[in-house]
Design a protein around this ligand. Structure first.
Ligand code: DHB
Ligand code: MG
Length: 630
């Protein structure tokens, strides 16, 4: 697949954009005219910069309000085109995008537009360039690619073709099947963009909310399948107008874009909707099903490592063993494994230096770690390796949120062998039920608000995870956006949170304390009341939930009186959906904001979003009393 991206999709100046685009591995760039006009070098220099970066210019755009004008405006439009063709010759590109007119002066008429484009084709031929005509969704007379195609067909000029843009077609609900009738040599370039469903006028929606493929709700894969059906073998070029991307990291946005193209094309190949011939590269290994979290690893120093050890023991973990060659301790409870790494060199130590005490790695259970790594690398994830001691085993890993690691962990038995190989284990280490915690229910990672889309795409493209509709929860300091991804059997639930307000606990976790990373881990128990009793007996500090909350629960759900009394006593939160009941306990946060949650599910499917505002308000009140880490 030939990949390209428009400069308008990225932050920074032209040279920053070009280096980000080259680094992400695209073959070409669309020069958006304003990026060129605002740049302090001439067209020849820019052309050279692009080629020196190893790229070609797939398109120069946009050329506005051309077709259907009366004189004298028509003559001026041709003169303007002549000047732009000269610039294109200097840049070294042969394709310009003419978008359908929005001019109040335009007269309309499909044959008039065709005649204008035919005449423009003659001028383009003189300059050795080609003209692609695109229907803007809000074009005055032409706002549908089927009409644009009819105009191009009637223009009947070798130097005039159509430009398709998934946003303009899909936002208007036009069936992409209509693309299948266009001959591939008349499709000069295909622009791709997704967008979330919003009830907004087309122009505002397009200019502010376009997103990478798979980050929105438009049927972009069907659109691409229709283009593939024509035999088209030109560039797929991302043209993403998005306010967050304009403010974000150009390098990251560029990688996300290419990941989204690869992800979408891979899906089409796997479904047999895009294989042109036997020479085509086979699809990647399929999205990786995950059996859940195999272990959680903390990076700490000696003092905070002891605090973590005490906290884990107080919630029913036992010290299970010590690494044979490193300052690494293993804690276990039922099937749960938590690693506390206090090494003074290597990856965990760097993580500690950068973030303080934090979750530096998650182990995700996968059936075939080598295949999982192949898919992850195919989707541009950065693999991670570090030296292993003699006789120790290596686990494949990729970089995740905030530079942390995602280990791709083999199924349970193989992992046990790994613990046995690398650790001096205590007798009976894996036969300890503690406070009854039996699974990792979910892991919540907090990231910068503008990175939520990026990490959602990262996880859902590599793993077999489905993103649910994002929700906003109220923190006393502002709104927090929360994106849940879950596996089909809910063996893995990941939450990605981010907030635009600087005063929320989420925002402070990212900006003042840990940085982007795991803010909470939720363990699951089969009996929340028994677990609550065990924690209270161990003196574990639980979040104190206001009595007002329980009065309301009683009014809403008519709960059993004894249960309600026990819930009041231990600060247990409750929710119910069609499928069943949900109970939650929150532990007091550590200094820096990390906290542990314990849940019981009786069929319930969600994550207790209704309780989040109560919990966040309580945590905000309790923040000064956080457990010190030394
Ligand atoms: O929003 C616009 O004006 C605009 C310009 C050029 C394009 O290719 C496009 O899709 C939109
Ligand atoms: Mg476009």
């Amino acid at each position: 697949m030939k990949t390209s991206i428009a400069t308008v999709s990225l932050s920074g100046d032209l040279s920053e954009k070009l280096s980000a685009i080259a680094a992400a591995g695209y073959g070409a760039v669309e020069i958006f005219e304003n990026d060129f006009l605002a740049f302090d070098r001439g067209a020849r220099d820019v052309g050279r910069m692009v080629r020196d970066a190893g790229l070609e210019i797939s398109l120069f755009q946009p050329f506005r309000d051309f077709e259907g004008l009366p004189e004298p405006q028509r003559g001026r439009a041709f003169e303007r085109a002549r000047r732009k063709f000269g610039t294109m010759n200097e840049l070294g590109t042969d394709l310009i995008l003419v978008c359908s007119s929005v001019s109040p002066l335009a007269l309309g008429g499909i044959d008039r537009a065709a005649e204008d484009l035919n005449a423009l084709g003659d001028l383009a031929r003189e300059h050795g360039v080609r003209v692609g005509y695109e229907a803007l969704a809000w074009g005055r007379f032409v706002n549908d690619h089927r009409d644009a195609w009819e105009i191009v067909r009637r223009a009947d000029h070798a130097h005039v073709g159509i430009i398709l843009d998934s946003f303009h077609s899909l936002a208007r609900g036009i069936d992409p099947a209509s693309i299948r009738a266009i001959p591939k040599d008349k499709i000069f370039i295909v622009q791709m963009a997704d967008a979330p469903r919003l009830d907004l006028d087309l122009l505002s929606w397009s200019r502010h909310y376009r997103a990478m493929l798979g980050q929105g709700d438009l049927p972009v894969a069907d659109f691409m399948a229709a283009v593939e059906a024509t035999g088209y073998d030109g560039y797929y070029s991302l043209e993403i107008f998005n306010d967050q991307f304009r403010a974000g990291s150009a390098r990251q946005t560029a990688v996300d874009g290419r990941r989204s193209l690869i992800f979408t094309m891979d899906r089409l190949k796997a479904e047999g909707r895009a294989m042109k011939g036997p020479s085509e590269r086979a699809p990647l290994p399929p999205p990786v099903p995950t059996g859940g979290v195999a272990f959680v690893e903390f990076a700490a120093d000696a003092a905070s490592g002891r605090t973590l050890g005490d906290l884990l023991t107080s919630i029913g973990f036992r010290h299970a063993g010590t690494h044979r060659s490193k300052d690494v301790e293993l804690y276990a409870q039922g099937p749960l494994r938590v690693v506390v790494n206090t090494e003074t060199e290597g990856f965990a130590h760097s993580s500690y230096v950068v973030h303080g005490t934090n979750v530096c790695a998650l182990g995700l259970r996968v059936a075939d770690p080598a295949q999982a790594l192949l898919r992850a690398e195919g989707l541009l994830a950065a693999p991670f390796r570090q030296p292993v001691g003699p006789g120790e085993r290596e686990l494949p890993a990729i970089r995740g949120v905030g530079g942390s690691l995602v280990y791709l962990v083999p199924e349970a038995d193989a992992l046990t062998v790994q613990w046995e190989t690398d650790f001096a284990l205590e007798p009976g280490w894996d036969a300890h039920d503690g406070a009854g915690l039996a699974a990792v229910d979910h892991v919540a990672q907090t990231v910068r608000y503008e990175d939520i889309l990026s990490w959602t795409l990262f996880y859902r493209s590599i793993f077999a995870l489905t993103p649910l509709a994002p929700v906003e929860v109220a923190d006393p300091g502002g709104l927090v956006r929360s994106q849940v991804l879950e596996s089909e059997d809910c063996g893995l639930r990941l939450v990605i949170n981010g907030s635009q307000s600087p005063r929320t606990l989420s925002a402070r976790f990212v900006s003042r304390f840990v940085g982007p990373g795991v803010q909470h881990v939720a363990f699951r128990t089969p009996d929340i009341f028994a677990t609550a009793r065990a924690l209270r007996a161990n003196g574990v500090p639980l979040l104190h939930i206001p009595q007002n909350y329980y009065d309301d629960l009683d009014a809403k759900f008519e709960l059993d009186a004894a249960d309600l009394a026990a819930m009041r006593e231990s600060g247990i939160l409750y929710d119910r959906d069609d499928a069943g009941d949900y109970f939650q306990i929150y532990l007091g946060a550590l200094d820096g904001g990390f906290f542990i949650e314990i849940v019981e599910r009786r069929g319930y499917r969600g994550l207790g979003a209704a309780n989040a505002p109560i919990r966040l308000a309580t945590q905000a009140r309790d923040a000064p009393a956080a457990i010190p880490l030394r």
